[in-house]
Design a protein around this ligand. Sequence first.
Ligand code: PEP
Ligand code: MN
Length: 339
Amino acid sequence: MVIVMHEGATDAQIQNVIDRLVAAGFNVHRSTGESHTVLGAVGVHRDFDHRDFELLDGVREVMRITQPFKLASRQFRPEGTVVDLGRGVRIGGNDVVVAAGPCSVESREQIHAVAESVAKAGAKILRAGAFKPRTSPYAFQGLGEKGLQLMREAADKFGLCTVSEVMDPSQIRMMLGYVDMFQVGARNMQNYHLLRALGELQKPVLLKRGMSATMEELLLSAEYILAGGNYNVVLCERGIRTFETYTRNTFDIAAIPVIKKLSHLPMMADPSHGTGRRDKVAPMARAAVAAGADGLLIEVHNDPDHALSDGAQSLFPEQFAQLMGELRIIAPAIGRRMA
Ligand code: PEP
Ligand code: MN
């Protein structure tokens, strides 16, 4: 249930509503916007009559939420959420933010070369995996903490934020000093233990859609993080499995406008995993920005032909720079700007 208070509601009126909700057994999350205070009441109470709350002083509207996600719903924060990564990088505002980099950190030379070229082209965040969820246990699994050190060093040198995948709660503490945003990969979207652990922090989380997850399931996974008190969640469409085999996944561009309407959370898009083919990345990146994505996650490698993972879908630095130039033309057409 979401309770929207009147514009002039007093603190006493707001507190009274909160007290009544708590007494009724709800967990209350308060969101104070520029003009309205919104209260999110979480809990399932069959015998509860929401009309009792419509009668309380200062209440403008009470909305029962039939959707199972509550804190992630647009109603909870109609104005939208902006996630701040530091260094002036904010996802969810007017600016479209690009995270770019290799699938995996492979060496100091590699990550520095890629960081330099993507920073020069206008990326704000360096992406790279140090813990890689590979389909085969025999494939390259990532450099672990050493990879994160190299990534941080390269990002600092070129003024970038960092995002890297966390696969297990036991890695969180160690990773805190290296990443500005935790990435939860498609394979871990429903690792509820991991989501709950990330909900206890305030560090931003990039939550990727599972490869067979519905939009509602993605939002319910986000709900786990939000319910813990961490509202710094960015969602990411990265393609889903369908009967089509020509592309690695089917990049579900429609998920961008659908989720942006259902939820206040910023939404990024990953056309690299979404298509799995280098030549299809730029068209889908352009389409994602045109569809309203708040940011992109793009794989770029200085030597994709020798990449240890996902070389086939990694752009050459020159291709990435060209794409960024195209996005600077597309974004203003829909009233946005490239960060
Ligand atoms: C990645 O971003 O490198 C990755 C492993 O993505 P996903 O979890 O979407 O497969
Ligand atoms: Mn990858």
